[in-house]
Ligand binder design. Sequence first.
Ligand SMILES: *Cc1c(COP(=O)(O)O)cnc(C)c1O
Length: 376
Amino acid sequence: MKKIQMVDLKSQYISIKSEIDKGIQDVIDSCAFINGPAVQAFQKSLELYLGVKHVIPCANGTDALQVAMMALNLKPGDEVITTSFTFIATAEVIALLQLTPVLVDVDPGTFNIDLKAIERAITPKTKAIVPVHLFGQAAPMEEIMEIARKHNLFVIEDNCQAIGSDYIFNDGSRKKAGNIGHIGCTSFFPSKNLGCYGDGGAIFTNDDELAKQMRVVVNHGMVVRYYHDYIGVNSRLDSIQASILNVKLQHLDEYASKRRTAADFYDKAFANHPKLTIPARYSKSTHVFHQYTLVTKNVDRKALIEFLTSREIPAMIYYPVPLHMQKAYLDPRYKPGDFPVTEHLCETVFSLPMHTELDEEQLTHITRSVLEFLNT
Ligand SMILES: *Cc1c(COP(=O)(O)O)cnc(C)c1O
């Protein structure tokens, strides 16, 4: 059996090696390393794929979130609502910009932001909501946009984990996740669903003014060359990464379907097990399974992971610590117990290998091993 990995980037590379190698070589031959034709080509292809008017490539997903917030012209002390169960970057940029992160709990089934909790968290200082499309499926965007309209708030989608998933509106129409709020952000970190071979990110918007402003922010606040009207940042996607993304974007839907096949295999093995809850499939979003995450019940999770490791099966905990209990983010406004769903998930979840190259032999070994541990 092929060695099982959380993400098998090597096997995926081998399957597209000639296209990738040619793309990289073309960039080197052209020496257009920054803002070369590969970056423009990728920008256009991603705009078409997402159905969004503007894609602004940048250096990573964290920058994408930061640039989005900088473009909204928020003032220190303005409140930004986000979830307590996410990767740190979401809250990090809010704090870095001296805005106030306001955390809310998540839905126990989808792990995505809890709508009722958003409403309760709104104050006169609230300026924006940052829903995170966690593990590969979209948050309830239609309702979030309605809340935002009612309270005149910006919505920035953290779409770092759900690129390619479709949001399904009540009338049956669809839009790509990341293309529903005022701004969408994504990451091309190698292990993401659309990953490059280094760092990369992008920002999406349908708003011409915001797009213009964000293009200025990523380029040192420069409007006319060497005239700086704003304090910006330097955040670029390099041409070699763009050439890789140009290849991988062509495969993104096929990759999502491979991930779903693996998820279906896991679901079938674990559904109805008294000690496991399989990930909920939200009816308003397709799932692109950035992670396959199970909730355990009365299971010694550490012993389970050790057992799997002894069988050469990697397993991870996303995420072990709720944001409000992270050392750097301790805040007198929050205490343990404030976000019971998040806290319970941090204590009970674990994620199994999920990528585009899992074969049936590996999936069988993984599911049998998990069940063997739970049933003995
Ligand atoms: C990966 C990720 C980020 C950050 O992306 P980087 O490219 O690593 O900076 C932000 N938010 C979420 C939810 C992520 O998964």
